[in-house]
Design a protein around this ligand. Structure first.
Ligand SMILES: Nc1nc2c(c(=O)[nH]1)N[C@H]1C(S)=C(S)[C@@H](COP(=O)(O)OP(=O)(O)OC[C@H]3O[C@@H](n4cnc5c(N)ncnc54)[C@H](O)[C@@H]3O)O[C@H]1N2
Ligand code: MOO
Length: 428
């Protein structure tokens, strides 16, 4: 069809968006040093997670910090048990017990010391025998003279967790570029790291455009609607590790210009929703005339804008990338999935760049505009087949909220039958 001839293929637009956004973010990322203790005490779990280390973190102490026991049992010198057999067990006097958190005296040759899991191995001991394998298989009352028998030799090192066997002091414990999650934060604290260097999250100025928009919680007048895109994109951007400043502007070029002029200094990317198609009041397209505006061969998410935008006052301007999405709420989120999510995830390291992908047979027949890449919303049924959640309409946000898959029907395909395979991305 003629009007589809000028549409930019999806992969081409993905490439252009990636180059524009990533090039800027790569040069713009700032690093900051944070004290782990204050960070954690603020219980800022959300702020901490998904940050990426921008410099190697080096262990301040060995981990484990000292040789310790892996089991509740007896610390022994392996050489003392070399000749132990079931018929001729070795009997040793029991020394003082070693509870966790205490430094034991050296183990006298020819004795066995009760040692608890995690407690230090006494100097001189080189193996631990589990209490269940001792005779008797229970510890004597502390302070009571007792002996214990062992009916087999033990290899040196058995059940001894060596100091530094997880990470040694001075070694890199979490390398630069690693996303901080529970295990990374845990080991940083365990290894005595007090301060880490993390990349600042990219600051995104998100602008919802539309004179019909009303902020969440306010009362709605005739022909008005709530700013769903602001909420949806704020969450989507935060999920990929961005900090968001959100503004709503009416379809008024002066209002949009003033938000851009007053943008915070460290904004690294501007994302807009609405105002890009063919209407009479397309504030984004009509105001940001240096950017590219056109159609991508995708539905939803066809009308798109991309370019560079000048922020700040006339005396202190700076250029940042602009990504302009169409206003329909499903178009906004599908556009984000196709053109921005992977790019930002790659820049921040906050989440894997790609959604988990799969391929499965359709539960039902579907039609698709043949010239376009169609993105439908779906879920897997009980038999592992892909069923649609709602129709293709780009206003069906409640259906998207119930879906678990984005279902891809490539260009060149006008119809698929039940049982035909489709590709999907898992979106939750
Ligand atoms: N003559 C044509 N009309 C349209 C075309 C076209 O090619 N020729 N494209 C259609 C497609 S496809 C889309 S998508 C939309 C894109 O339009 P805009 O980006 O200009 O978006 P708006 O007109 O501002 O809004 C579209 C729709 O979305 C609602 N909206 C906008 N912002 C929000 C928000 N923040 N939260 C919730 N809902 C929002 C808005 O009220 C409209 O219903 O254009 C088609 N038209
Ligand atoms: O491209 Mo629009 O996003 O189909 O509704």
């Amino acid at each position: 069809m003629d009007h589809d001839a000028g549409r930019r293929p999806v992969d081409e637009h993905q490439g252009v968006a990636r180059d524009a956004v990533l090039a800027h973010l790569r040069t713009d990322r700032r690093a900051t040093r944070v004290l782990l203790a204050s960070w954690l005490s603020e219980a800022a779990a959300l702020a901490v997670e998904r940050r990426t280390l921008s410099a190697d973190a080096v262990a301040a102490i060995d981990l484990p910090g000292f040789d310790n026991s892996q089991m509740d049992g007896y610390a022994v010198r392996a050489a003392d048990l070399a000749n132990a057999t079931p018929s001729d067990p070795v009997e040793l006097p029991v020394g003082a017990p070693v509870p966790a958190g205490t430094q034991p005296p050296p183990l006298a040759p020819g004795t066995a010391a009760p040692v608890m899991t995690g407690a230090p191995i006494p100097d001189g001991a080189d193996a631990v025998i589990k209490i269940e394998e001792a005779d008797p298989p229970a510890f004597p009352e502390p302070g009571m003279a007792a002996t214990v028998r062992f009916s087999a030799p033990v290899a040196p090192g058995t059940f001894v967790r060596r100091a530094g066997s997880d990470v040694a002091a001075g070694d890199v414990v979490v390398p630069a570029g690693t996303r901080l999650g529970p295990a990374q934060l845990g080991v940083l604290v365990a290894a005595g790291v007090s301060e880490v260097e993390v990349a600042e999250p990219p600051h995104v100025l998100l602008i919802s455009t539309g004179s019909e928009l009303v902020a969440a919680g306010e009362s709605l007048g005739p022909a008005q609607l709530y700013d769903a895109n602001g909420a949806a994109l704020t969450a989507a951007l935060a999920e990929v590790g961005c900090r968001v400043t959100h503004r709503v502007v009416p379809d008024d070029p002066a209002a949009l210009r003033s938000v851009l002029a007053e943008a915070p200094d460290d904004v690294a990317l501007v994302v807009t929703s609405g105002g890009v198609s063919a209407g009479a009041y397309e504030v984004v397209r009509q105001t940001l005339t240096d950017a590219w505006f056109g159609h991508v061969a995708v539905q939803p998410g066809g009308p798109q804008g991309l370019g560079t935008i000048t922020l700040g006052s006339p005396t202190a301007t700076r250029d940042v990338p602009l990504v302009a999405f169409p206003g329909n709420p499903v178009s906004v989120l599908v556009s984000f999935e196709l053109f921005l999510r992977a790019v930002l995830a790659e820049a921040t390291g906050a989440v894997p760049a790609h959604r988990p992908r799969g391929r499965a047979p359709l539960a039902e027949a579907i039609d698709s505009p043949e010239q376009l890449h169609q993105v439908r919303r779906g879920r897997l049924d009980a038999d592992g087949r892909v069923e649609m959640v709602g129709g293709p309409g780009s206003h069906l946000l409640a259906h998207l909220a119930m879906a678990t898959l984005l279902v891809h029907v490539p260009p060149g395909v006008a119809h698929l039958d039940a049982g035909d395979d489709v590709d999907y991305w898992e979106i939750r």
